[in-house]
Design a protein around this ligand. Structure first.
Ligand SMILES: Cc1cc2nc3c(=O)[nH]c(=O)nc-3n(C[C@H](O)[C@H](O)[C@H](O)COP(=O)(O)OP(=O)(O)OC[C@H]3O[C@@H](n4cnc5c(N)ncnc54)[C@H](O)[C@@H]3O)c2cc1C
Length: 354
């Protein structure tokens, strides 16, 4: 909506909840911001586009949406974080040997084979402030926003699109649908699997320790030999350390309207706490804060973004790594909608690829 409004397009945004709510996938203060993205070499250009747009927006609003403190991709030399980061097109990465990694980051209880790739332009991004800023900027540029309004149906005709809500309907030339875990509900035929994935925060065992401040404990992804992995980052602000576990058993194919929002101490916490006790001995493995959230997986772990029909553009299937790309994806959707040439090759995100 922001990127369309920036082009002078007459645009209306419809959101079922309030702006910056915690019922979807974009809540919690932060997300990892990586540039050397292991998920696909083509994502570097999209992360850099987000960074450019957020920097420009921040200069106008006086807010910070990204803090670039670098990030670590840790694992064995043939692990996905290490090989994937090295393949990222146009990212200025540096390899760290096991000994360099152990010396610079003593917080890690490394396996003998572990090495790392340092992604210097990476860091963290501030999720909720960014969502609010995108919407506020779109409104400032002339967009109309309807919060607390649920889209109940979309009728596509040869001469236009009608978006229905319980109170009104809006007719437009095109519709852009990016409803996260609810995308398949509005776009039948798109195969996505929403997954319950809580957010967790921890504290150092020694509250006076500086070891887990963001400047000393930057964003990381760490894959273990058994295929599981931890990701997270330290903090200079609330001094809470965010850590999550990849590869843990999670409920898949959940109905986002029926998401289990209770926290179950044994099921949700035990495996992550055990991994933290083993890998980061300086952290207290009992979380101090947690919150339910959702990831929406696509069949190949990559987003769906682009044209879906003559009058329909979609984006979704975040697969757990989408926030850092959201402004860059927004720019691509706006380019698709207004029939401009995309700023980068996005064929790997084609919604029809399955
Ligand atoms: C635990 C966790 C950790 C993550 N870590 C990272 C990370 O480190 N780095 C990273 O880049 N990404 C990360 N992600 C992924 C990132 O958070 C998601 O890619 C991103 O938030 C997805 O945004 P979205 O816009 O697709 O979905 P949402 O933010 O859920 O937006 C969809 C919106 O559509 C609205 N909606 C749905 N149906 C309707 C309807 N019928 N009518 C009107 N509105 C509707 C919803 O209310 C919602 O606001 C993580 C995700 C999780 C859960």
């Amino acid at each position: 909506m922001w990127r369309l409004a920036a082009r002078g397009v007459d645009v209306v945004g419809i959101e079922r909840q309030g702006i910056g709510h915690s019922f979807g996938s974009s809540h919690g203060t932060t997300r990892l911001f990586r540039v050397a993205c292991m998920e696909h070499p083509g994502l570097t250009a999209i992360a850099r586009k987000s960074l450019g747009l957020w920097t420009e927006l921040g200069e106008r609003t006086g807010e910070t949406y990204v803090r670039q403190t670098g990030s670590l991709n840790v694992g064995t030399p043939d692990s996905r974080p290490v090989t994937g980061a090295r393949k990222a097109a146009g990212a200025a990465t540096t390899d760290l040997t096991h000994d360099e990694l152990a010396e610079r980051f003593p917080q890690y209880a490394l396996a003998a084979e572990d090495v790392a790739v340092w992604d210097p332009d990476a860091g963290i991004c501030y999720a909720e402030p960014t969502v609010r800023a995108h919407v506020a900027e779109a409104e400032r540029l002339g967009a109309t926003v309807y919060p607390h309004t649920m889209v109940t149906g979309i009728d596509v005709r040869p001469d236009g699109v009608t978006v229905r809500t319980p109170t009104t309907s809006i007719t437009a030339e095109q519709v852009v649908i990016c409803t996260g875990a609810w995308l398949s509900k509005l776009v039948p035929g798109v195969s996505l699997s929403p997954r319950r994935t809580p957010l967790f925060w921890f504290q150092p065992r020694d509250p006076a320790s500086e070891a887990f401040r963001l400047r000393n404990f930057p964003a990381f992804i760490w894959e273990f030999a058994d295929g599981r992995g931890l990701w997270g980052h330290g903090s200079d602000e609330d001094f809470l350390v965010k850590v999550g576990l990849d590869g843990a058993e999670r409920e898949r194919d959940v109905d986002p309207d029926e998401l289990d929002r209770y926290i179950h101490p044994r099921k949700d916490i035990a495996e992550l706490s055990a991994a933290i006790a083993d890998q980061f001995p300086g952290l207290d493995p009992e979380p101090v804060k947690l919150m339910p959230c959702m990831v929406t997986d696509s069949l190949d772990g990559q987003f769906l973004a682009g044209r879906y029909g003559d009058r329909v553009v979609i984006a979704g299937g975040d697969s757990g790594h989408g926030f850092k790309h959201c402004a860059g994806i927004g720019e691509l959707l706006a380019q698709e909608t207004t029939k401009e040439t995309p700023y980068t090759d996005v064929s790997f995100l084609d919604p029809h690829r399955f």
